[in-house]
Design a protein around this ligand. Structure first.
Ligand code: TNX
Length: 509
């Protein structure tokens, strides 16, 4: 047994240099190795076949400079080809490396971009030398997302851009931006200036912290930065709950409430509420080209509010034939769905919205309550498109190692291994509805994440495992191999100055 083990260790050791030259994050769908290698250097000619391929080709030399290149450069060429006639799926690419040439091919701009990102990784990890290979690659899911909550704590545009860079390298394509919640409203809305002059003051720990928010110009800059990296930015304007920052700014829109719940919800019975939402969405829609707008819909309990027994409210419920407070919540969600649809967008909501009976043609569901698997099943059975972000194992604010005390513990924690194994443990629930599963998302709530260092620590390297869940076919995933190659990515994070959790030295905090 011992002997077998030493042979295995020796084999791994011997293959490590080869591994470095074919190390990719995420692991590609198909890869075969050839003889020899290509060493990138100043002698390599880089060309495109016009248009977007030329644009990428022009930028490539400076992008490759970041990698530590060594050895004698190969004399051959690097060629980027974008051609619809190759009939490759959206986001798919091939990368063919021989000692004489490197060929990147795709039928979509995103595919060619990913081929380039793959080549950059190979060059980086192989120190400029890329082993001969043929990679034929395409993603498992179309939605490979990361959500950042900047309401509870604000991190700012440089941090967001850094994360977009890393997401692009990992071939992740959706940045879900949670911009509104209890402590702060973080996006400039010209028609309602108090949303930022009042609503942006404070964070989760300090209600008087100076106002922090994104101007519309900054939003445009970030959306464009993301688009260049084939990342769609989906904004979230959370309603009817989590609306405390709006209530502070415009108390007339508040649904009341007491103590901790003061101002938590929008007032559901006033037309002015819906007018406000429509106006705000007009500005949001003009800033975000995404076909989706996230309107939250989570954790609302109108019945808990003391004003619920108010005769006017009760009359409203009677007039609209709503029966009870849940009916009121559903009424609100449907109104919101109609407003979003009237702007030509599709609404996304947390899984509570399924119960409101919004038409599946109008809404996409984000399943987050991992302990309510029936919500996932119900969403699929009712015909919704679904994005999976179950809090176990996909909430990034959860502790990642048993002895950590920073982060959330909700009947357990979220290790990188558990993340890596997803979605296999629940795949049997989705197997008859594959077309409805858009993908998955890592969601970082920031009540307990107050500074950029903690943000990095909660995000990395778990995001690397998420990227692979979203991209790599199940049959190509192997947790122990992933952990073996992970140090290469950690090394890359070092060069970026990211303060990550080290799973190989888990007591680090
Ligand atoms: C639940 S997920 C929430 C968030 C919290 C998060 C903390 C969701 C739709 N609502 O408001 O930040 O838990 O883990």
């Amino acid at each position: 047994m011992r002997k077998l083990f030493s042979i295995a260790v020796l084999l791994v050791f011997l293959t490590l240099p080869a591994l470095a030259q074919l190390t990719l994050f995420p692991t590609p769908a198909k890869v075969s190795g050839g003889k020899g290698s290509f060493t990138i250097g100043t002698a390599s000619q880089i060309t495109g076949n016009g248009g977007y391929a030329d644009q990428l080709a022009k930028k490539l030399p400076s992008e490759l400079k970041g990698s530590e290149l060594s050895g004698t450069p190969s004399q051959g060429t690097i060629r980027l080809v974008l051609d619809e006639k190759l009939r490759m799926a959206d986001e798919a690419y091939t990368l063919t490396v021989t000692p004489e040439s490197v060929l990147l091919e795709a039928s979509s701009e995103s595919g060619l971009f990913y081929a380039k990102e793959a080549l950059k990784q190979l060059a980086r990890f192989g120190k400029g030398t890329v082993r001969s290979c043929k990679i034929v690659d395409q993603p498992r899911y179309g939605w490979r997302g990361f959500m950042l909550d900047e309401s509870r704590h604000f991190f700012g545009k440089e941090k967001v851009k850094q994360y977009l860079d890393i997401m692009a390298s990992l071939r992740m394509n959706v940045f879900h931006w949670h911009l509104t919640d209890e402590p702060g409203w973080r996006i400039e809305i010209k028609k309602y200036p108090k949303l930022t002059s009042v609503g942006a003051i404070g964070n989760w720990h300090d209600p008087n912290a100076p106002a922090k928010f994104y101007t519309q110009e900054e939003i445009r800059e970030i959306v464009a930065y993301a688009a260049e990296r084939h990342i769609m930015v989906v904004p979230e304007f959370d309603m009817p709950g989590h609306a405390t920052a709006v209530s502070r700014s415009y108390p007339e829109l508040s649904g009341g409430g007491e103590g901790k719940w003061d101002g938590f919800t929008f007032h559901p019975c006033k037309e002015t509420t819906y007018q406000f939402i429509s106006d705000v969405l007009d500005e949001i829609v003009s800033l975000f080209p995404s076909p989706y707008i996230h309107i939250g819909g989570d954790e609302v309990h109108y019945g808990n509010q003391s004003w619920f027994t108010d005769p006017e409210i009760q009359q409203f419920i009677k007039d609209k034939k709503l029966q009870n407070e849940t009916g009121l919540e559903h009424y609100f969600v449907n109104r919101a769905a109609d407003i979003v649809a009237s702007k030509g967008k599709t609404m996304i909501g947390w899984d509570e919205i399924i119960d409101a009976g919004v038409s599946p043609g109008k809404a996409v569901v984000m399943w987050w309550r991992h302990d309510r698997k029936h919500q996932l099943v119900k969403a699929l059975e009712n015909g919704y498109q679904v994005i999976m972000t179950p809090r176990r194992p996909f909430y990034a604010d959860f502790v990642q190692y048993g002895e950590h005390n920073v982060g959330r513990l909700w009947n357990g924690y979220n290790t990188i291994e558990d993340i890596y194994r997803f979605p296999e443990p629940i795949i049997h629930l989705t197997k008859d509805y594959e077309d409805q599963v858009m993908g998955l998302q890592f969601s970082l709530w920031t009540e307990r994440v107050a500074d950029p260092k903690r943000l990095d620590f909660m995000t990395f390297p778990r995001l690397v495992a998420v990227a692979e869940d979203g991209w790599t076919p199940a049959k190509e995933k192997e947790c122990s191999l992933f952990m073996k190659k992970l140090p290469y990515f950690l090394e890359y994070l070092n060069t970026l100055g990211i303060y990550y959790f080290n799973p190989f030295n888990p007591s680090s905090t």
